[in-house]
Design a protein. Structure first.
Length: 384
């Protein structure tokens, strides 16, 4: 049972952390480096669109930090997800296995391909896709046919890809998921939008699958304002991604030649300049966010409140710190109390299978995802 003073004590605790008695956002960007200088440089050179040295520099910095051979920067994480799925062979009427507990962009990107999300459960220890639930679904529904593809016996569709999400920056058990995907000839794409700086068994998220996707939205650990990226070790995939995200335009001194349907998805130089400055501070920001997460962990431990800790074998960026209450009544009471006082706490994403456009998608037992969503609250997590 939560003590009656817990809500008010929490408000005071967060106000003390941020030295602020006013509104405290969930996750605000921090600009403490060369952001202004680099952005002004793009204005002076007039290279503010998708061509410019900062785009190349930003991609190189991402590759070096994550260990990926190649990086292709895009104007949003959603755009990167869309292209990643296309380059993984996802076609109209295919199925892509994912999790119900995620931001809506994950499923929207699947539908952009005219494919169908299939929902398997998450696990409480990672908040992400459960290898056990994935394997159980495939054992019960999937078969490899003579064409070498994985078919869903129930729907009659090809299961083309699996799209796990590293929720709140906590890595899923990606090695187990990868093993299952290989067994069933399913392409693995990692939605690492929230996990810049997170690793599993020493490998950065997004690098186990053929393609990983990152996000640099304004509320992420580092930001380009709006932006994302694909990371991969496959040069052919990287070249195709760069081509498709630049409207599939062929090189020519003056003619506008395009050889396939492409997308205007490249990251502008102006945004990349902001990203380069942010990358220079990333290690420091990750350290400061771990200090914040430890403050929450200790404070919650003293009050017998469950704090979401990084999974076994993982290092999390603690993008959003989260608490688990005993039930939805307590969760909702806490959300109202804190938001009424300027502490901008938020629940977990509304489960995808409950949204009107995804209610008819195939699912298995999703009790863990539903249970977590009813109880979880994200608390202010800006860099301190």
């Amino acid at each position: 049972m939560i003590a009656s003073s817990f809500f008010s004590d929490f408000v005071k605790f967060v106000q003390n952390i941020y030295s602020n008695n006013g509104t405290i956002p969930l996750h605000a960007p921090v600009f403490e480096g060369n952001e202004r200088a680099y952005i002004l440089d793009t204005l002076e050179t007039t290279y503010v669109s998708s061509i410019g040295e900062y785009v190349n520099d930003f991609e190189n910095r991402i590759s070096e930090f994550t260990g990926a051979r190649f990086c292709v920067a895009t104007n949003s994480g959603t755009a990167a997800l869309h292209v990643a799925l296309l380059l993984s062979g996802v076609q109209s009427e295919d199925e892509v296995i994912t999790q119900p507990l995620t931001f809506v962009a994950t499923c929207n990107a699947i539908r952009y391909c005219d494919a169908h999300p299939v929902f398997v459960d998450v696990e409480a220890s990672t908040l992400g896709l459960s290898p056990v639930s994935l394997e159980q679904f495939l054992v019960e529904n999937a078969e490899i046919r003579d064409d070498g593809l994985c078919w869903n016996r129930q729907s009659g569709r090809i299961i083309r890809a699996c799209l796990p999400v590293h929720n709140l920056g906590h890595p899923v058990r990606i090695d187990e998921i990868s093993k299952i995907c290989k067994q069933y000839n399913i392409e693995l794409v990692e939605d690492s939008a929230e996990s810049m700086g997170s690793t599993y068994r020493g490998i950065h998220t997004g690098r186990t699958g053929n393609i990983g996707v990152l996000s640099f939205n304004g509320n992420k650990v580092i930001t380009t304002g709006g932006g994302g990226a694909l990371i991969t070790d496959d040069e052919i995939i990287a070249d195709k991604a760069r081509h498709q995200t630049t409207t599939s335009k062929l090189p020519h001194p003056w003619l506008f030649l395009h050889d396939e349907v492409g997308y205007n998805y490249r990251l502008p130089n102006l945004n990349a300049a902001l990203g380069c400055a942010q990358m220079e501070k990333l290690d420091e920001y990750l350290t400061r966010k771990r200090v914040l997460s430890e403050k929450y962990r200790v404070w919650c431990g003293e009050r017998d409140i469950e704090f979401i800790k990084e999974p076994v074998n993982a290092i999390s960026n603690y993008w959003l710190n989260a608490l688990l209450f005993s039930d939805q009544v307590q969760r909702d009471s806490f959300l109202k109390y804190t938001n009424d006082r300027g502490i901008l706490t938020r629940p977990m994403w509304t489960p995808m299978h409950t949204l009107p456009m995804y209610r008819k998608c195939l699912t298995c037992d999703l009790s863990t995802a539903e249970n977590i969503e009813r109880r979880l609250v994200n608390v202010p997590s800006s860099v301190i």
